[in-house]
Design a protein around this ligand. Structure first.
Ligand code: PRP
Ligand code: URA
Length: 208
């Protein structure tokens, strides 16, 4: 079984509380999501493999370390977009692709509508980004798609997960590492995470 990491740094906890508050406006919501994205990237990068590289400082030649694998960030549209800039601040060399999925409000099943991937993604470390892991359907469908094109190193990165979504993703894709800022209590009858933060896409983009 791959990793399940709750990244519960005090700064992340504080910012997560900010975005849970119903009175937080669109601007502050986005700013906090972005900042949490940066902080999580720092934690997730802990086990990125390194390789030796010979360089020359102004003083002498030396063998130092650099990242051994290319990193690709894949947000699930729309809400995943909110974390991309924050992660890119920490990993500016990362390429970015996109998967478009929306959840049917009645059935809660994900519907696929778009994908665009950088070249040679199969050998990269893929950070699959979606703030909300509710039933897990969207993250599972996104991993299915990424594996269809050969991705072997996938890490799911989110903010708030329901236990139901964590179990479903682990069962469907036991090789995918899961990083989340919180595992909340449960899903409600409408498929929303409790206590959660509401509809993340709508809160990020001011659409409701
Ligand atoms: C939300 C969220 C996830 C999905 C999680 O997206 O951003 O993608 O729901 O739910 P699940 O784990 O039950 O699949 P939504 O479908 O509302 O689309 P949006 O981001 O475009 O608003
Ligand atoms: N999607 C969201 O944006 N919020 C939830 O609580 C569940 C799914």
């Amino acid at each position: 079984m791959a990793k399940l990491v709750v990244v519960d740094h005090p700064l992340i906890k504080h910012k997560l509380t900010n975005i849970r508050k119903k009175e937080t406006n669109t601007k502050d919501f986005y700013a906090n999501v972005q900042e949490i994205g940066s902080l999580m990237a720092y934690e997730i990068a802990r086990d990125f493999p390194l390789q030796d590289i010979e360089i020359e400082t102004p003083i002498c030649k030396t063998v130092q370390k650099e990242l051994a694998k290319k990193i690709v960030i894949i947000p699930i549209l729309r809400a995943g977009l909110g974390m991309v800039d924050g992660i890119r601040q920490m990993i500016p060399s990362a390429k970015v692709g996109f998967i478009g999925l929306y959840r049917d409000e009645e059935t809660l099943k994900p519907h696929y509508y778009y994908a665009k991937f950088p070249k040679e993604i199969a050998d990269c470390i893929v950070l699959l980004v979606d703030p909300m892991l509710a039933t897990g359907g969207s993250a599972i469908a996104a991993c299915d798609k990424l594996k269809e094109i050969g991705c072997k190193h996938i890490k799911y990165v989110g903010l708030v997960a329901a236990p139901e979504g964590v179990n479903a993703l682990q069962n469907a894709h036991p090789d995918v590492d899961i990083y989340t800022a919180s595992i909340d209590e449960k899903l409600n009858e409408s498929g929303y995470i409790v206590p959660g933060l509401g509809d993340c896409g709508d809160r990020l983009f001011g659409t409701k």
